[in-house]
Structures are given as C-alpha cells and as structure tokens.
Design a protein around this ligand. Sequence first.
Ligand SMILES: NC(=O)c1ccc[n+]([C@@H]2O[C@H](COP(=O)([O-])OP(=O)(O)OC[C@H]3O[C@@H](n4cnc5c(N)ncnc54)[C@H](O)[C@@H]3O)[C@@H](O)[C@H]2O)c1
Length: 315
Amino acid sequence: MKVLITGGLGFIGVNFTKFFLGKYKNDELVIVDKLTYAANKKMLDQFKNFSTFSFYKGDISDYSFLEKVFRKEKFDYVINFAAETSVDKSFMDEATFFETNVLGVINLATLCLKYNVKRLHQVSTDEIYGDLDVSSDYYFKETDSFNPKNPYALSKAQAEEFLMMYHKVHGLNVTISRSTNNFGKYQASDKLIPLVINRALNNMEIPVFGDGKNVRDWIYVLDHCKAIDLIIKNGKSGEAYNVSSHEPHQNLELIKFILQKMRKKESLIKFVEDRKIHDRKYAVDTSKIEKELGYRHDYDFEYAIDLTIDYYRGK
Ligand SMILES: NC(=O)c1ccc[n+]([C@@H]2O[C@H](COP(=O)([O-])OP(=O)(O)OC[C@H]3O[C@@H](n4cnc5c(N)ncnc54)[C@H](O)[C@@H]3O)[C@@H](O)[C@H]2O)c1
C-alpha cells in the first residue's frame, strides 16, 4: 500500500507520520509539503532513515506539480493535512488561505478521481461550525450547518463542500475528520500551548486575549492520529466525523494550570486587547465516531500536558 500525506511536516502531519511509520512498517509513505514557516524541517532527516519513506517539496495548489507526483507514485490513499492554519494570519492573507485550503483540496480531489485513489481523507476542523456562548451546553453534531467566523474556518468549510460535491457527483471516496484543538509535540510556537510553555520557560510575559474566558476543547495529538487512522480504515465514504476527547478549558484557566505545573508565577500573565472576532466556545458531539467506529481516546489530559511541557523543556 502507498500513502500520500500532504502537509506531513506540520504539527499533526509529523505526529501522524511517526505514528504511521511505526505502525505500518511494510507500507510506503510519501510526504508532499511546501515547507512553510509551520513545517518541522528537521524531522525530514529522521524520516529519510526509513526505506519506505520519500519526500517532495511542493505546493498542493500547483496542479501540474501535483499531477507529476500522482502519475509517478500511484497512491492507494491520500491524507490531506496541508493547510494554512493560523487564524490571525487568515485575516491578513485570505488569498493564500483560499489557494492552499480550497484550491489545493480541489486539486487533490480531481487527481484522486483521475488516478483511482481508493480514499481521500480530509483533516478538517470543528471551527467550521462557528462558536457557542460560553454558557451554552450545546454540542455541534456532524449534521449541523456550517457557520465559520474567520477566513481560516471559512476556507476549511468550503473545502468540505467541494469534497462532498465531488463525492455526490463523481463518486469520490472521501472521509472527513473534524477535530477540536490539538496539542502535543512539534507544534509551531505561535500556537497557545507552546507559546505559554516557551514564554514561561524564559520568564517572559504571557499575553491573554480579552478576559481569557474563551473556551477551547483540547485533544492530545496522538489521540487525533488514532481517530484519523480509524476513519480511513473503517469510516463510511461521504461521511464526516467529529473528534474530541472532551477537555473544554477556559484559556485563562489552562494557562494558570500550565504555569502551576511549571512552578511559574501567575504574574507572568498579561491581558491584551481581544481579537476583533474571537470565537467564544467550541464543543462537538462525538457519539457518531464512538458508536460507529468504536473510538475512545487514550491519553489523560494532565499526563499529556506533562508530556508536552517535557518536550518543550527538551527532556
Ligand atoms: N492544530 C489543530 O489544533 C487542528 C485542529 C483541527 C484540525 N486541524 C487541521 O489539521 C491539519 C494540520 O494542522 P497542523 O496544526 O498540523 O498545521 P500546521 O500549520 O502545523 O502545518 C501545516 C503543514 O502544511 C504545509 N503546507 C502549507 N501550505 C501548503 C501547500 N500549499 N502545499 C503543501 N503543503 C503546505 C506546511 O508547510 C506545514 O508543514 C490542517 O488541515 C488543520 O486545518 C488542526
């Protein structure tokens, strides 16, 4: 079996690649990655030690580049992690987000059809549903409509709509995962948890947007990788699956928790002006993946936070 992982040097892509190379020793794995600021370029050397691994530097929005790779490699499965993922950047550079997150996905879908790929899996996000009031006890279901609140989420929602159209019209075999916020090793330092840990390690101020009461639901990255693997193998074509380990935390409480674990003072926290649009709360219902595919997360939240702190400490 030969698998293409696009964006395989990003945070989740690297974790998934390590998971895949460890679990499926006889399968071939190819990464296509543009090597943006978010890529973990050092991991390439580690992956190149595997005889089953190969790499192409390139952009998924470049159809002719991508077609050369598809024609040569003849993939069985394609898993798309490649994306522009910074919500803040998405308000300043909508075009790049559209090119990678929408056009790139259209290219992948077109080539999966043309080269008879068995399944395309799109790694999507719970942000496509929009947000909830902090006091709400609602959980978004896969059947809920999309209500994205930022250009990043909009581009991910549009990609899903194109994929479902390709599924209905052309019979594209496609599955989609909609995960909550990931944390763990190899995440870019502009994201909340690595930012807090790195700044705390250096006794630097930790900025908190607004009142810090926004709620994010966290999942350890390896639990997300496990869910993706399960969906690719057993998920139904044309279906989306919410993924979460149900760890909702207010940003401020989470930051205080990390500081306490690192034995650092809360006085490092500095409140800063809120983003113009800042989703208040995300929450997803995961009964579909649990009932249909038997998914359960493995990692205890506190243990996974300890692992993550140790990683950024260099332990
Ligand atoms: N991180 C999260 O909390 C989270 C949660 C839910 C869903 N997701 C989704 O998971 C996927 C991976 O997220 P991440 O946090 O690992 O992202 P990331 O920003 O860490 O990595 C993205 C990777 O994609 C590559 N890339 C960007 N544009 C590309 C292009 N045009 N062509 C080829 N490669 C390109 C980058 O070089 C990088 O290696 C994304 O699709 C994201 O929407 C992430």
